[in-house]
Design a protein around this ligand. Structure first.
Ligand code: NAP
Length: 420
């Protein structure tokens, strides 16, 4: 009997045969979904011999939804994700610069999936543009509902935009809009609650997994009251809610100022010895250098929406590209979660059975971990790792590897299943 996943007293309750809604996605979405779901079912069977299964339930979004229902994101789809708690999706098309909002962003906002979690790890053998990709082992927590991504944008020339610009100039005395007559305007909300709930989860994750640090990545030197405040509120939360479990750079700076650097250094090294999580901060542009120069210094990352987008792709490139970069969008307070391939629809390859399904496959593995079915996730990680080690890969890795065997999407899935 299939059943719903529930969230009771802050914990997921997962029945033996939960219904999980899925969106196959646009472009190459169907290619990678077909491959991924075979891998998921094979791993489930291997781990549980039929005692636990997922009942996959297709829900529509994107082009397929539009063709069938006239809506890009039908209400039934949102209701299904709301009702069944945990879902998974392929990539969806978003036309650039047109009126339509990103379906991905809409989904995240409708379900208030405030944390975008992206682990970045290296699988041995994956071709990488850097010398030591194995030094990268990071967990990105990207704020998912605020920032410039909130979608509060006004196109130049619109009466509303003119009203807003006049308000800023006449009532707020703003003198910094260089070309007021032709400017478009975007608004960047960053709140205390939005910051705290994200940073809280990043710190909890570091404590639970015994990881050494959480780094707040921001551009607070320029955007002081949004990005700078993110850092300030993040530190304040860490010191207030996790006083016994963390040591922050803010504390370090305070102590160094009041009592001297030597004492601050001693306290910092004691905190590290005691296994406390070190909370630090880095400015976003410097961080993009640091991940290339000193990746081993970073573990859990907590950052704002736009920074998180750039950072995820840059890190994904270091460990092998978007073809194997998984992602999850989670509301840790309601339990709702949507796992997704982090790349786009790659429309030029649609229907060719060519692209790497790894991103969706690994997102599925994350989903199994979230459900508490870690044995399924482990099977997937190991089998995917084995397949790459044997140099049996899709075109994206094949073009960068010597003596590798080129596989189609479906053949890559076959090989992963064989390696379980
Ligand atoms: P994209 O679809 O991610 O494709 C960019 C390039 O990334 C591809 O040309 C390909 O590189 C590589 N790539 C993507 N998926 C791959 C896979 N599975 N395996 C191997 N390589 C892969 O980005 P885009 O062209 O900018 O966007 C296309 C559409 O997707 C847009 O409508 C965009 O809005 C949407 N999008 C959706 C999501 C989402 O649903 N989460 C995210 C991003 C973009 P090569 O050309 O080098 O082979």
């Amino acid at each position: 009997m299939s059943d719903r996943i529930k969230f009771i007293h802050g914990k997921l309750e997962v029945p033996l045969n939960p219904v999980v809604p899925f969106i196959e996605g646009d472009g190459t979405g169907p290619d990678i979904w077909r491959a991924s779901v075979r891998i998921f079912n094979a791993a489930l069977e291997k781990a549980f011999a039929g005692t636990r299964k997922i009942e996959w339930m297709e829900v529509l979004a994107g082009e397929k939804a539009y063709k069938t229902t006239g809506s890009w994101l039908p209400d039934e789809t949102l209701s299904a994700f709301r009702e069944y708690m945990v879902g998974i999706k392929g990539p969806l098309t978003t036309p650039v610069g047109e009126g339509m909002r990103s379906l991905n962003v809409a989904l995240r906002q409708e379900l208030d999936l405030y944390a975008c979690y992206r682990p970045v790890r290296y699988f041995t053998g994956v071709p990488s543009p850097v010398k030591k990709p194995e030094m990268v082992n990071m967990h990105i927590f990207r704020e998912n509902t605020e920032d410039i991504y909130a979608g509060i944008e006004y196109m130049n020339g619109n009466p509303d935009t003119e009203k807003l610009i006049s308000f800023l100039i006449d009532k707020m005395n703003v003198r910094k809009i260089r070309f007021p007559k032709t400017s478009s305007i975007g608004i960047k909300p960053v709140s205390v609650e939005g910051t705290e709930r994200l940073v809280r989860q990043a710190i909890r994750f570091a404590i639970e997994k015994k990881l050494p640090s959480v780094t707040l990545v921001h551009k607070g030197n320029i955007m002081k009251f949004t990005e700078g405040a993110f850092m300030k509120w993040g530190y304040a939360l860490a010191e207030r809610e996790f006083a016994d479990q963390v040591f922050t750079w803010q504390q370090y700076r305070r102590i160094a100022g009041e009592m001297g650097e030597k004492i601050a250094d001693d306290l910092l090294s004691n905190a590290m010895k005691d296994g406390k999580v070190i909370i630090k901060d880095v400015i976003a542009d410097a961080f993009l250098q640091q991940i290339l120069l000193r990746p081993a210094d970073y573990s859990v990352i907590a950052t704002l929406n736009l920074n998180g987008d750039y950072i995820s792709d840059a890190l994904a490139a270091i460990v092998g590209g978007v073809g194997i970069a998984p992602g999850a969008n989670i509301n840790f307070d309601t339990g709702h979660a949507v796992f997704e391939a982090t790349h786009g629809t790659a429309p030029k390859y649609a229907g060719l059975d060519k692209v790497n399904p790894g991103s969706l496959v690994l997102s599925g593995a994350l989903m199994f971990e979230y459900l508490g079915w870690s044995e399924v996730a482990e099977l997937i990680y190991t089998a995917l790792g084995q397949t790459i080690l044997k140099k049996k890969v899709t075109y994206d890795f094949h073009r960068l590897m010597d003596d590798a065997t080129l596989l189609k999407t479906s053949e890559f899935a076959d090989e992963i299943i064989r390696n379980m």
